[in-house]
Design a protein. Sequence first.
Length: 225
Amino acid sequence: MKLSSAIKHINKHNALLIFPINNQKEPRSLWSEFFPRTKMRWEWDESGSEKVSGLWHLREEISRSGQVVYSKWYRGRATALSRNVFPALLKSLNTAIPKISALSFTAREILDILEEDSPISTKRLKALADLQGRENESRYNRALKELWSRCLIVGYGEIDEGAFPSLAIGATRLIFEDLWQEALDLDLDEALARIKTLLEEGSPFLKFHGQLLTNQVRLNEVQID
């Protein structure tokens, strides 16, 4: 497993999960591209496969490479997106860029923090947003899911916080300024056409995008009311 090979796979399909969901063929994953005939066992003991740990470490390289975008876009799962498809997703899911509409209060607050300083660790982000502790966990997770799904934040490397490194989270506008500007310059119809071309017809990724668009329309209608 090499970074260059991973980038080629991601650019070929434009969207790939890092690890498969229950070893299913769809949505496509980087695991299945590297090991198409090997079932993945999520084991970290001595019986576990080095392939799992190897891809886990490669995931961090992918996230900070700048050659693709690492996110938790697809249903909160680690997802790699090509630089070609990402601006189109960003545009289509945020037609009011740079004035982001229909964000919850907590999501807006977290995005404001990240647009001041990015990338930062999960621990620091929770502290700055005053969302520490178990009682705030669900609120924090809902806000992050909202921002991931609309491509407003990205993962970029890891930060060592003790026993286990934490994913560094950053505002898209700061981490990928060029892609943010490209999204601003894109016409919405052009963005939608690009997504339809780049995401394989009938793929779970394309269907998920359609679901997000439907949900966004509903949120905007509620906001208008």
